[in-house]
Ligand binder design. Sequence first.
Ligand code: NOJ
Ligand code: CA
Length: 633
Amino acid sequence: MTASPTSPAVAGSLSVAGSFSVAGSFPLAGSFPLAGSRATVPPTATASAWWRDAVVYQVYIRSFVDANGDGIGDLAGIITGLDHLEALGVDAIWLTPCYPSPQLDHGYDVADYFAVDPVYGDLATFDRLVAEARRRSIRVLMDVVPNHCSSEHAWFRAALDAAPGSPERARFYFRDGRGRLGELPPNNWRSVFGGSTWTRVTEADGSPGQWYLHTFSPWQPDFDWSCPDVVAMFRSMLTFWFDRGVEGFRADAVAVVGKAPELPDAPPVPEGTAENDAWAHNPYTVFWPTAHDHWRDWRRLIDDYEAANPGREIVTVSEAYTPDRPDLLLRFVNPEQFHQSFCFDLMLAPWRVDTLRATIEPVEATLSAAGAPLTWTMNNHDTQRAVTRYGRSDAAELSSWTKNNLVYTGTPVDLALGTVRARAAIALVAALPGSLYLFQGEELGLPEVLDLPLGARQDPIFFRTDGREPGRDGCRVPLPWSADPTTSYGFSPATSPATSTATSTATSTATSPATVSPWMPQPGGWGNYSVEQQHDAPESMLALYRSVLSARRACLDPDAGLEWPTSTHPDVLMFHRGDVTVVVNVGADEVMIADVCASAPRLASSRLLLSSSAGHDDPTRLPGNTCCWFASS
Ligand code: NOJ
Ligand code: CA
């Protein structure tokens, strides 16, 4: 039986049947106590936990380093990149999904939660990565995708083969269609990636059949978390990876896990809502409350795991976009659910004093008052890169603030301007209390690649919106490690796939034979951004990231909160964090520090700790689009 949309061809064969390789204990059916009594384990001592102020680096595996020369990044490649990450000063890496997958949403369509996709390596290489990272005091986090799996997952294949009403279908949302012949989708819900959330299947007898629900693409069927099998499978999965030394998970799309049982029609969206925004107005799935029972269960499992394994300190971070609603974050980040939850508002704010402050201050105030840790980020694999966002001609206008990271304006980009602003932005965000998540390549100042050939695009958003939305491929272009174009700028080794070994290094400079093309084309000149080119350049973005992360560790008191002296200049954002005063000039013109001292007298006698502007060391002046840290003692 098949789902009606034809799945794009999947290279190679994907073995998913019977793929749960959990040693012994995986319960295929049956329930476990969700609301049972809490284990007699005290919650993690979060005040001192390593992750509270950690810097976590997101590795988008297929674009980090390709060790075996097939043009796709892999786990062995990550090992070769660890020295770079150690020198950068990160505490942990978060790996985007490396599970077996048809890669129709680059791993966010998981076919087996208990294995590694052969394209990326195997479990032995995974274990080696964890050990090599640990040797450098870098912890490894993974990505857990609870809302949906791949349409190639053994459970979904079994559901397609089974009859309506069967236990196999109960793990997903299969429903009869509306209309006389069931030819209409069961409700009006819109998918995040465009189009309906429903796809019709063909039943065993060849007749048009039921429909299944997918919040994202048709290749990502949603799990029904009211089915005990689903709950049990994820419990096993978490433990399986903890046992391999994984120190935590980023939890994907948690805001849409759980649905109103009757799946009623969503109310009409407000007039003028963008196509890609409609799903966010569906109250019958977005922030539907039942999922929280499961996050509580995960936390109990983790607390118990830590108690049984002294020395382990696990972290979970949830992905829930909550524009302008820091109070909603508290539904996810609390001692009974996730340890962290991304604060995305700052990433989506225009470059102006009022909006920057209006995003930082309430988030900090709300979460700190509740004793919840802050978790900042300025880039990820779903969002246009900061250098490009801040270089847009409307980057300082409220109109550019869609609050939706999947919807971009198409205004002209000034990369030089975007780069100085992105430099200031990292100095600003690194000074905030809490932890900081970086996305690979931001430390190199990579821009979004906006002119990818149409034929190269792979993001389902691009296809599901008939090209109206460009999608996210432009921030996922393989990293440049060297200036050598014959090795895809050091992304792949300088050997053909046939002769390559898993131990090839990212920065190999041998020149022949030419490497296979990377899975996503790199633009000309990409090597100018490479690690090799920036390594010893004191004014490079890489040098700035290293010094910002080291100053953050050396100069900021992790327990110090924010104080906001009234800024006396319309272009200047200013806050104190303990003994450090952070001053950001978002305007183009230089500002004299003496002109902003009225409300922050301590600045007059402070030492300049760092400046985001290359070559700037004059403590009396604040160049345009610059962030400086001053120390008062
Ligand atoms: C959020 C992930 O970050 C994104 O890349 C993915 O496409 C969706 N969730 C669906 O899993
Ligand atoms: Ca590879």
